[in-house]
Design a protein around this ligand. Structure first.
Ligand SMILES: C[S@@+](CC[C@H](N)C(=O)[O-])C[C@H]1O[C@@H](n2cnc3c(N)ncnc32)[C@H](O)[C@@H]1O
Length: 153
């Protein structure tokens, strides 16, 4: 199984959260290949200076090309709150799952509504980098549930 995480973010190998991301990626390895793709560029930087609507539009334009290549799940504070068991069900029996984490301004509603699912980790707003770490842990937990591994109690 392949799991892609597309995140609107600059590449930053030495960043604070990287060891945790790597830790969960390794734990997932027996069951899934998890890859994180940082998406950023001049267009997004320029659009973010112009305002929220332009920024959100630039995220859609940058991420659009990946959609449809797997089961598309958008991370969104206003999405559906799920238990870890329900989250595991989203991964079960799928070849490719794509997760999308937005930038500072979040996603256009049309991007959220045209995806296969939107998932919320609660109504609080988390930084996109922190969401990446929480998502990695939930992916490992979900895979543990599917494969009856004792990590999930
Ligand atoms: C800084 S947040 C964007 C905040 C923006 N006001 C919004 O409502 O989406 C950046 C990204 O992190 C993710 N995110 C932040 N908090 C989240 C939460 N509670 N549940 C799920 N995803 C979250 C979303 O993908 C969001 O686009």
């Amino acid at each position: 199984m392949k799991i892609n995480i597309y995140i609107v973010d600059k590449k930053g190998k030495k960043e604070l959260y990287e060891p945790l991301v790597e830790h969960y990626r390794k734990l997932c390895r027996p069951w899934a290949q998890v890859e994180v793709h940082e998406i950023f560029g001049k267009e997004i930087a320029r659009a973010q200076d112009q305002g929220p609507a332009q920024a959100q539009k630039s995220y859609t334009q940058a991420l659009e090309r990946f959609r449809g290549s797997g089961y598309d799940i958008v991370l969104d504070p206003e999405g559906r709150e799920v238990t870890s068991e329900a989250f595991a069900e989203l991964l079960k029996d799928r070849q490719v799952v794509n997760f999308y984490i937005g930038g500072a301004y979040g996603f256009e509603r049309s991007f959220v509504h045209t995806s296969d699912k939107s998932v919320s980790f609660g109504r609080i707003t988390l930084s996109h980098k922190l969401v990446k770490v929480v998502l990695m842990e939930q992916i490992f937990r979900g895979l543990s549930i599917i494969h009856h591994h004792p990590y999930h109690k």
